[in-house]
Design a protein around this ligand. Structure first.
Ligand code: TTP
Ligand code: MG
Length: 587
């Protein structure tokens, strides 16, 4: 696969441009239309100074009033045509830019959905978000405006140069000398101002993030009396937004007057040199006016070229970064020849499984564990022992670095992800609920679940008790804009959601840590019949949960050090009885 041979460092100018232009492909009609409009615009723009030349030489100087009106009408006609062409061109090209940007964004979102969990461990959320938002603006700007505007500017400059040289080569040379500086100045300006405006954006982002953090953590801030600290930090961020904005304003103040000044030098040259030529009769007054109007008309195209060069550089840089993610970060690989999971209950096997996080040491160092179909196994171990790590291998949130994980006798890497994840249901340690009605949270994994099954799951998971007391029952909106559930209630909703999903292997990561012991007992009693026929792995720190299990295993030092019936393990003097012995005494 070409994916493996990809090196983001290869994304220099041309490879990136090629990829960008590939996103244009569907837009060639609009693009061609844009370029035709640009050509027409250039032609019409160049016609106007020429008409001014004629009106002066033909009507004004000979004082022929009768010819003024027809010339005026002609100039108005050309100007209107130019207005119209410019108008439709902008509609067309803006669409291309917006569509290319949208396509790029879709590609990124699509990739985000497929990236393995490890990707999100190593990329700050802010970066992931801005790559698909702010980072794409230069691309839209360049594709939607820069390319066609650049072509139009180039045509304009060439056309004007040809006309000027044809009229008077020496004057063209003399007045033209200053003009390239307009372009250079515009480029220099863009080069300085763009990083600053980007930085202003970033600092504003920091400010927003800091404010957001303070708002989300307001409880902590107020509880620990950290208001002054937060205020200082906020002040620091606000100050740097101000400082960079001032720098940006300074750069603008330094360059913008220059951009107006340089063209006047060219005009001065025309007045000086051209004025003499007119006086000596070597040039007509009309030609003199042609020079001045054409030079004035060149100012913007020259500035635009300098500006576009810089926008292009930024677009290529930002597109390069996006393509590097799109092509350089492999999604979790899907098997080339996927195997089907057998029907019915599934067994689970870990075969000398090693697992390590890219940032840390090896967490699992050879776990061997075979779980029969329909068995309930409690995975125990002190905090940080690797329970979550072990369970996360089943839905392939991470892959084992060594060894194999098998579900129904099939290596999880040989099953299509969608199949695997519908067979393996998961309740994570800190479950996330969506900001939608409770009903939709419950059926998130299986929207067409029959309502009686949902109710049964809610009964088993202890949701029914509190759901009926919510303001709108099962239709109550959950989350920031609705009702906030307690930690234990959230866990129970997550458990019910996993039961509704109808997975054949249930992976429960400390599902009742936030539930009081009495409720837990009730739940545990309800749970057994609800998971009948399913293979269940429960990571837990609670003896009352372990007691529903047919079997308990203890993780320590990256291996399974104990394995047996919970009652037997408790009677022994291994790690298990150390972990849970106190609870028995307490109870
Ligand atoms: P866990 O597998 O999270 O340990 P645990 O689930 O047994 O602990 P708890 O009872 O508190 O839930 O972590 C094992 C080690 O792996 C620990 O040192 C932290 C590390 N780790 C990471 O580096 N990255 C991760 O994403 C996770 C989950 C753990
Ligand atoms: Mg854990």
């Amino acid at each position: 696969m070409s994916r493996n041979r990809f090196d983001p460092a290869d994304l220099t100018l041309w490879p990136t441009m090629r990829r960008l232009l590939r996103l244009w492909r569907g837009e060639w009609r609009l693009a061609a239309f844009g370029f035709v409009c640009a050509l027409a615009f250039t032609g019409l723009s160049l016609t106007i100074p020429k008409l001014i030349q004629y009106v002066i030489d033909d009507a004004v100087v000979p004082r022929d009033r009768g010819k003024l009106l027809p010339y005026l009408a002609l100039i108005l006609l050309v100007a209107s045509a130019r207005f119209f062409v410019n108008y439709v061109r902008r509609f067309a090209t803006a669409r291309i830019g917006i569509r290319v940007e949208a396509r790029m964004r879709e590609l990124l979102y699509d990739a985000y959905l497929r990236y393995p969990r490890a990707f999100y461990d190593h990329h700050p959320t802010g970066q992931v978000l801005s790559r698909a938002t702010n980072d794409l603006y230069p691309i839209r700007y360049f594709i939607g405006w820069g390319l066609v505007q650049g072509a139009q500017s180039a045509m304009m400059i060439v056309g004007a140069a040809v006309i000027l040289v044809a009229v008077s080569p020496p004057l063209a040379l003399a007045s033209g000398v200053a003009m390239p500086f307009v372009g250079l100045l515009a480029y220099a300006f863009a080069r300085r101002v763009h990083p600053l405006s980007r930085e202003v954006q970033e600092r504003k982002g920091d400010l927003t993030e800091a404010t957001g953090e303070a708002v989300v953590g307001m409880e902590m801030v107020q509880a620990f009396g950290r208001e002054d600290d937060v205020q200082t930090r906020f002040g620091g961020h606000a100050g740097s937004v101000r400082d960079v904005s001032v720098q940006q304003a300074d750069v603008e103040a330094r360059f913008l007057p220059g951009l107006i000044f340089v063209p006047t030098l060219a005009i001065a040259t025309v007045l000086l040199v051209g004025g003499r030529q007119v006086a000596r009769g070597e040039m007509t007054s009309g030609e003199f006016a042609l020079f001045i109007t054409l030079l004035l008309q060149l100012v913007w195209p020259l500035e635009a070229l300098g500006w576009i060069t810089n926008v292009g550089q930024r677009a290529v840089a930002s597109a390069g970064r996006s393509f590097a993610w799109l092509e350089g970060i492999p999604a979790l690989p899907e098997p080339e020849n996927p195997r089907r999971l057998p029907d019915g209950p599934l067994d689970v096997r870990f075969e000398s499984v090693h697992a390590r996080y890219p940032t840390g040491g090896t967490v699992l160092k050879g776990v061997d564990l075979a779980i029969e179909r329909g068995q309930i196994v409690a995975v125990c171990g002190s905090t940080g022992a690797g329970k979550t790590t072990l369970l996360n291998l089943l839905p392939r949130f991470y892959d084992a670095t060594e060894g194999r994980v098998l579900v129904g006798g099939v290596d999880v890497r040989d099953v299509r992800l969608a199949d695997l994840r519908s067979a393996v249901g998961l309740v994570t340690q800190r479950p996330i609920l969506f900001s939608v009605p409770l009903r939709e949270n419950l059926t998130a994994a299986r929207p067409d679940a029959p309502w009686h099954e949902v109710l049964a799951a809610c009964h088993a998971a202890g949701v029914s008790g509190f759901a009926e007391e919510l303001p709108d029952g099962y239709d109550t909106l959950i989350g920031e804009r609705g009702v906030n559930l307690s930690g234990g209630q959230r866990q129970r909703v997550a458990l019910a959601r996993a039961l509704v999903a109808g997975a054949r292997v249930l992976v429960l990561d400390d599902p009742m840590s936030a539930v009081d012991t009495q409720t837990e007992r009730l739940l545990v009693d309800n749970l057994r019949p609800a998971v009948e026929g399913k293979t269940v792995l429960i990571a837990t720190q609670r003896l009352s949960t372990v007691e529903v299990a047919d079997r308990a295993v203890v993780l320590d030092g990256g291996r399974i050090v104990q394995d047996g019936r919970p009652g037997d393990l408790l009677a022994g003097d291994g790690l298990f009885s150390k972990l849970f012995g106190d609870e028995v005494v307490a109870a």
